[in-house]
Design a protein around this ligand. Structure first.
Ligand SMILES: Nc1ncnc2c1ncn2[C@@H]1O[C@H](COP(=O)(O)OP(=O)(O)OP(=O)(O)O)[C@@H](O)[C@H]1O
Length: 251
């Protein structure tokens, strides 16, 4: 079976500055990978490189065994970007945005169906936004808009979800709801890659954490177990010096 994501020697430059420095990341089906690290360490760039959304200056990436330019099965992948561009000048409703997550599954021969409507309803409920379905998205708070983007990705019923800071600005109750939804998806064998500063209720789901520093992966392993001070709510769960038995330094 081909790997959902496989980045090999991935290098990204912005205006000649190296932002990703030869990163290898292979994600197996069913894994739940958390990409962690300080601001500006390259987490978003890593997930965007993984998906082929930024050009690589060296290395290669494959989605289900195919380079992005040849990959056609985009319905298999749901992507939740870090920043919003919804609500700009277009007064789209919450439901319309979530329904746009079904587009990769539709075609001129198979327009919107009952299955699409059910998937949209289900996704709205999964993020606790069913009661806001008819509201214009730009009226929502940042955290609510983030939940709409998560619902859009869920509506596509992808095999793999890539989420850039899905819990940033999202209230505690909604984080719990998201954790429950992800638990179900992972139980069905879906693959998840997420960027997070703090894992919060997602922590028990994570099977591997990857810590970025200055464009490189510096640690990889099971997520560190919070202890003492680190167990305090709100503590940043990035542990750049995790014990050797919990993580192994990459070459
Ligand atoms: N489109 C771009 N053009 C120029 N520089 C960029 C671009 N995108 C990111 N960078 C720079 O690349 C570096 C890594 O950014 P990236 O967003 O990947 O980090 P991050 O770890 O996700 O940060 P954060 O936690 O703040 O989201 C930063 O120095 C950032 O300023």
């Amino acid at each position: 079976m081909s790997l959902p994501f496989c980045l090999t020697g991935g290098e990204v430059r912005f205006e000649r500055r190296l932002v990703l420095r030869g990163v290898d990341l292979a994600v197996r089906p069913g894994e739940v990978v958390a990409v962690m690290g300080a601001n500006g360490s390259g987490k978003s760039t890593l997930v965007r490189a993984l998906l082929g959304l930024v050009p690589l200056s060296a290395g290669r990436t494959e989605l289900y065994g195919m380079p992005p330019a040849k990959f056609r099965d985009w319905k298999r992948i749901g992507y939740v970007p870090q920043r919003l561009s919804i609500g700009g000048g277009v007064p789209a409703t919450v439901r319309e945005i979530v329904a746009s997550g079904r587009i990769a599954r539709q075609s001129r021969f198979r327009p919107s169906s009952a299955a699409d409507r059910l998937a949209v309803d289900h996704a709205l409920r999964a993020v606790g936004m069913a009661d806001r379905a008819r509201d214009p998205a730009q009226e929502l708070s940042g955290g609510q808009q983030q939940r709409v983007l998560i619902a859009r990705a869920l509506a596509g019923e992808p095999d793999s979800l890539v989420m850039d800071e899905p819990t940033a600005g999202v209230d505690a109750q909604s984080q719990e709801t998201l954790a429950g939804t992800l638990r179900d998806l992972v139980g069905q064998g879906r693959t998840v890659v997420l960027v997070a500063h703090e894992l919060g209720p997602l922590e028990p789901l994570i099977t591997r954490s990857v810590v970025m520093e200055a464009g490189r992966i510096v640690h990889e392993g099971v997520p560190p177990v919070p202890q003492g001070e680190c167990a305090r709510p709100g503590h940043d769960h990035v542990h750049p010096h995790a014990p050797a038995e919990e993580s192994h330094l990459l070459s």
